[in-house]
Design a binder for this molecule. Structure first.
Ligand SMILES: [Zn+2]
Length: 84
């Protein structure tokens, strides 16, 4: 398993966020320490053995309960699904 760790700009706040990229499967986890934004893609297998590409996004919420999505969300979905 080949992991690549680097940093990118957070999609929500623009701050530097950690990115963990599995080069074998193209699964990516992005975690921002500043605002709490988290974006995760992973390949999951259900009970029948069928595989799925799961994307999880976690957005921070302000004091008024408003979801802070930021201006650049959507980048993660631009990443093509990996594997075969
Ligand atoms: Zn952030």
């Amino acid at each position: 398993m080949t992991q690549m760790l680097d940093t990118i700009n957070c999609s929500v706040c623009g701050h530097e966020a950690q990115r963990d990229h599995n080069l074998d499967t193209n699964e990516i986890t992005i975690a921002c320490d500043r605002c709490g934004f988290c974006a995760e893609t992973e390949i999951v297998t259900d009970t029948t053995g069928r595989k799925f590409w799961l994307e999880t996004l976690r957005f921070p919420i302000d004091e008024g309960g408003r979801v802070l999505r930021g201006p650049r969300v959507g980048q993660l979905s631009d990443v093509p699904a990996g594997g075969n």
